[in-house]
Design a protein around this ligand. Structure first.
Ligand SMILES: Cc1ncc(COP(=O)(O)O)c(C=O)c1O
Length: 439
């Protein structure tokens, strides 16, 4: 079907007339697959035409509690409208510390291991990592940051540098993955290769402010000792370690990757699951670093500007507090890990039964298939996999009413996925692998 055959009065056709490529970003769908979501419940979505879809994207992982989760929605509604309903005192934004943001800030600090002691809120993961990088540069008075090839830290300049590069540029040179950005002070290292990374840190140390890492890099687990090795190399060379916990925070463990891998960071960026589906970002850090954002330091050489109109708004914070209460329940993480394990085992079985060679990666409630016979451990080994097949698979799933991001490859589970939803997914994947994915 071409755009011309899309009936002009569908919401999907209207979306194509309003949004570039019919989306708000990153959904590279053929026009006939463009949809407009109307609502969600649990792990399912309904589009504007009344079609139900199994959701394995879950707002790119932000809606870990599940869609329309009663506790989260009730907390948001009560905060916005006031406990006593219309006419009572509520409100949506004050751009100032409030009872909700204070409680959430305390909760965020309470889960930090040794280093981080102060927090500020913003409205997205992109802002959170941007502030961490700016803070690192200002605090150390050095210009470069080091990131890992293929890592995404949001749509800021560093986040989209070497995000999907050719894989042939010699390390540590960067490759911009977007026009309009500056990649001048970004160095690139291969994830999971501690020796190469150490060498880059050592040789760049004089002008290297920080290393930023997604502790679980996309869906790739760190090798034993890799994160601790980064920690030690940073400490040895006066370089800060920044954890981008936008995905791992509250997902691998309540205390995120710092707890899961037992490695503390100097600065930590949060987003996604922290808000339980509400817009949020937070950056947390050592007190000596975070203190350079104090406005009474304005005018000093290290002073860093951070502010956010919507950061710490009581609605997002109320949703986040309700989400955190759910995450703190004793069965949350055993369940997420057990479900993720069952999911990944199921993916392996379905791949094998359909006669496709592939690897299944991921941890916690995350999974990804890479069509490769070789082990995958970094960006270059991942892109050696057959990416055409990955796209066929994701589009095939989308056509079978599984909501995924065909440009991404990560599959997100939530607290509302259960054995039935996983079995349904695996059944649809079986038909995709047999009918849509070339051999
Ligand atoms: C690891 C990581 N960091 C940062 C971001 C950016 O977060 P946001 O989309 O909220 O700006 C993302 C988004 O997918 C992410 O995966």
């Amino acid at each position: 079907m071409t755009p011309a055959t899309l009936s002009a009065d569908t919401l999907a056709a209207r979306a194509l007339a309003v949004f570039p490529a019919g989306s708000n970003g990153e959904f590279n769908l053929p026009p006939e697959l463009v949809r407009v979501i109307d609502r969600g419940q649990g792990c399912r979505l309904r589009d504007s035409e009344g079609r139900d879809m199994l959701d394995f994207s879950m707002g790119w992982g932000s809606v870990l509690p599940g869609h329309a989760r009663e506790e989260v929605v009730a907390a948001v509604a009560a905060r916005a409208l006031g406990e006593a309903g219309p006419g009572s005192w509520g409100g949506t934004n004050f751009s100032y510390p409030n009872t909700q943001s204070l409680a959430l800030g305390e909760a965020l600090l309470a889960l930090q291991p040794t280093r981080a002691r102060r927090v500020r809120f913003c409205a997205s993961g992109t802002e959170a990592t941007m502030h961490c990088l700016r803070l690192a540069r200002a605090f150390t008075r050095k210009r470069h940051i080091l990131k890992f090839e293929g890592a995404y830290h949001g749509s800021n300049d560093e986040g989209v540098t070497s995000l999907f590069p050719s894989g042939t540029t010699p390390f540590p040179a960067p490759e911009p993955s977007s026009a309009g950005i500056s990649a001048d002070y970004t160095l690139i290292a291969p994830y999971n290769d501690l020796d190469s990374t150490r060498r880059i840190i050592e040789s760049a140390a004089n002008d290297l402010a920080c290393v930023i890492v997604e502790p679980l890099h996309r869906c790739l687990a760190p090798r034993d000792g890799f994160l601790q090795g980064l920690r030690d190399a940073c400490d040895a060379h006066g370089v800060l370690l920044v954890f981008d916990e936008v995905v791992t925070g509250f997902r691998l463990a309540y205390g995120g990757a710092q707890h899961y891998y037992n490695v503390p960071a100097d600065l930590v960026a949060y987003g996604k699951a922290l808000g339980g589906g509400l817009p949020i970002g937070a950056f947390v850090g050592r007190q000596d670093i975070m203190d350079i954002v104090r406005e009474d330091r304005a005018g000093t050489p290290e002073y860093v500007w951070t502010a956010s109109t919507l950061g710490g708004n009581p609605i997002s914070c109320a949703g986040a507090l309700a989400a955190l209460e759910i995450y703190r329940r004793p069965d949350t993480y055993p369940m997420l890990h057990a479900m993720g394990h069952r999911f990944r085992e199921g993916l392996r079985r379905v791949l094998r039964d359909a006669g496709h060679a592939g690897q299944v990666i991921g941890d916690g409630p995350l999974g990804q298939i890479v069509f490769s016979t070789e082990p995958v451990f970094d960006y270059r080994s991942t892109i050696r996999g057959d990416r055409a097949k990955s796209r066929q698979m994701m589009l095939g799933l989308f056509r079978r009413d599984v909501f995924v991001n065909p440009m991404g490859t990560k599959l997100y589970l939530s607290l509302q996925h259960d054995d039935g939803a996983i079995d349904e997914f695996l059944e649809r994947l079986t038909s995709v692998l047999r009918e849509d994915v070339s051999r």
